[in-house]
Design a protein around this ligand. Structure first.
Ligand code: PLP
Length: 413
């Protein structure tokens, strides 16, 4: 059993960067333990696809499963490789901390798109998007689809630089996606912005909205690489790495070439797409380690069937949890409309739609006793949230599912 106390950080991403475990993770004397000998990637990140590669992941040795919303669980094979190469990259005698090697993404990038790797997180792009794109049209107006906390934050930030048009009336609760046929798009808008997966509220688009000839911009931070994506439908896609694509510190921006070069003069130079494209993301010192980890994760995804395989797995994993919720006779309640439920972040209340807080606390405590951590819902929503990113295995989810069943049997009144 471990003791853990995980709280949401100020940025609302779900858990503290360091879970406050009862015992320090790296006890003195163990920090310098010799790395395990033998192949650290037995058919894992750098080998053939295999079941072994879908390994238990971070925390596995202690039997701990991390269901945190981000920074999220990483595949164990990735962590072991990073442990080795931190000191000696591929036998070259240099540390990964002293080199930058960009990897190609596991998705098809058309020739007329550029990929850049930036700092500043997903939130940096809340400013970066309007600063780079609002000048595309004279009206300096942008359409925002606000379906949860993250798109709301993006819209608020954009107001500093743009006239923001909310395409549908403000939602009283973030539990659904208003039908796109009802959206009120402004033909003078420079772009239409939406968030593909609302991490806090568990609302996910399972379609790319049809906005006609308008320029579509998407925050894919929390479902990037969990399903194939047709890049040609977008002007810009961005994603912070710390959910499915690696660790915090690097944000991928995929931008169509003809949109580059319109940044406002106030745009900080490190956020200027033109400058970063021209300098191959090396205008300023890049976050080497985060880029390196992303490279390993990309390799791991590729060796495990790519985004098509991740898609099937996330369908299966999320269905396991939603099935229990739906068959629980409202012991567990997910507030999100079925067709808009997220496969990445499954929020639910216990006892009733409003949640029985005492029961939810018991659930979280018992989960920790059973080595499942970071299941607490975001503080603005409450309840429980299970994040089922790529590195969370089917076995991890089976463990959670069986715990949910037995908890229900014990505590259903
Ligand atoms: C969907 C989404 N967008 C943006 C962000 C903000 O990312 P960052 O914390 O890297 O600024 C998050 C963080 O969790 C997120 O989930």
């Amino acid at each position: 059993m471990i003791r853990a106390s995980c709280q949401a950080p100020a940025n609302g991403s779900g858990v503290r960067a360091t879970p406050l475990l009862g015992q320090p993770i790296g006890r003195p004397g163990r920090l310098f333990r010799k790395a395990p000998s033998g192949p650290l990637f037995p058919r894992g990140v750098r080998g053939e696809p295999s079941a072994a590669a879908m390994d238990p992941g971070e925390g596995a040795q202690a039997g701990v499963v991390n269901f945190g919303a981000g920074p999220a669980k990483l595949p164990r094979a990735v962590l072991l490789e990073a442990q080795k190469e931190l000191v000696d990259y591929k036998g070259l005698g240099i540390s990964v901390l002293a080199l930058v090697q960009f990897s190609s993404l596991c998705i098809k990038i058309p020739d007329n798109y550029k990929v850049i790797f930036l700092q500043g997180g997903g939130s940096g792009q809340f400013s970066g998007i309007p600063l780079n794109l609002i000048g595309l049209k004279e009206a300096r107006c942008a359409d925002y689809v606000v379906t949860g906390a993250w798109s709301a934050k993006a819209a608020k930030e954009a107001e500093k630089y743009a006239k923001v048009n909310l395409v549908h009336p403000k939602l009283s609760s973030y539990t659904k996606i208003p039908d796109p046929s009802t959206w009120n798009l402004n033909p003078d808008a420079s772009y239409v912005y939406y968030c593909a997966n609302e991490t806090v509220h568990g609302v996910e688009f399972d379609f790319v909205p049809d906005v006609g000839n308008a320029l579509l911009v998407c925050d894919m931070s929390s479902n990037f690489l969990s399903r194939p994506v047709d890049v040609t439908k977008f002007g810009v896609i961005f994603a912070g790495a710390q959910k499915n694509a690696g660790c915090a510190g690097v944000t991928v921006v995929i931008v169509r070439e003809d949109l580059i070069g319109f940044a406002l003069k106030e745009c900080p130079i490190v956020l200027d797409y033109k400058v970063q494209v021209e300098n191959s993301s090396l205008y300023n010192t890049p976050p080497c380690f985060s880029i390196y980890i992303m490279g390993l994760v990309l390799e791991w995804i590729k060796n495990n069937g790519g985004t098509a395989a991740m898609d099937k797995l996330s369908q299966k994993k999320s269905q396991m949890i939603y099935d229990i919720i739906d068959r629980s006779n409202e012991f567990y309640v997910c507030p999100v409309e079925r067709k808009n439920r997220s496969r990445m972040n499954v929020p639910f209340r216990i006892g009733s739609i409003k949640g029985d807080e005492a029961l939810e606390k018991k659930f979280l405590d018992k989960a920790v006793e059973n080595n499942m951590i970071s299941l607490k819902g975001h503080r603005s929503v409450g309840g429980i949230r299970a994040s089922l990113y790529n590195a969370v295995t089917v076995e991890d989810v089976e463990k959670l599912a069986s715990f949910m069943k037995s908890f229900m049997e014990t505590y259903r009144s």
